[in-house]
Design a protein around this ligand. Sequence first.
Ligand code: XMP
Length: 317
Amino acid sequence: TWTSESFADMTIQSLRLKLGNDRVVMALSGGVDSTVAATLVHRAIGDNLFCIFVDNGVLRKDEFEQVLHSYEDMGLNIKGVDAKAQFYAALAGLSEPEAKRKAIGRTFIEVFDQEAHLIQDVKWLGQGTIYPDVIESVSVKGPSATIKSHHNVGGLPDFMKLRIVEPLNTLFKDEVRAVGRTLGVPAHILSRHPFPGPGLAIRILGEVTPEKVAILQEVDALFINGLKKRGLYDEVWQAGTMLLPIQSVGVMGDERTYEQVVALRAVTSVDGMTADWAHLPYDFLAEVSNDIINRVKGVNRVVYDISSKPPATIEWE
Ligand code: XMP
């Protein structure tokens, strides 16, 4: 029978044989899959694993610093790269969702390629691909696969000439989490909700600017921290907030306001393929809504998304 302990032991041993003294480079995202994959490779070859974590300017509030610290605490050989300006430049003037995804994917590859070339003699590219990703990319002919392009599935340009190592490509998500627990990966990483590669860029409807990112980071932090405080975070599969490209009239004191609208989104799901909107308690929604409107300058209205997937998708873009 499969146990996470035996999987981890056997994988570490076979990685050691396969990789020998070779150097491996990996991009980490702060998510479960890339972190557990990196931990396995690190157990096998130590500091011959070079990890790169890119700040693309559309991460959650304080996420870059927090995740980087967690990785350092775990002993990974990790380099944080601040590429915010490069991503904002690539996103400037774009408002179409797929154009934004492509700009982010392209910029990510540029940044990663540049960083990887700074490491001498790299032979392998490590990836946190899991079994469902393999299935999804095999069945790309299906109608759903082309609805949204997920830039982080599908690998890197072949000019990098690296061999691929994917230690998790036979596992499902819950098995990945079990292996992570066995390896001592921190619980706050293992229990993280999925977060899209293009990050807040596809939750800011329309053009992305640093000012809009700053607003949405505050809104998102209030919602997510609220869920955690109320013990609701682990009850939902994914949660986030959208900055809508409209303004609405409000009133504050004697003043009329004309400000932004944000939407809260929380869903229950097994795998993200279908999802139901989470029936969060009304009093919790009321509290979060007040918090957001009182504390985030520029937002005067909060709505809750009660659409399920299908026909809606989880993200709005
Ligand atoms: P949708 O919006 O298609 O999302 O219902 C399903 C799951 O996929 C995530 N998602 C993405 N993940 N790159 C990613 O890495 C993307 O471009 C992307 N678009 C959506 C979404 O957050 C949800 O978990």
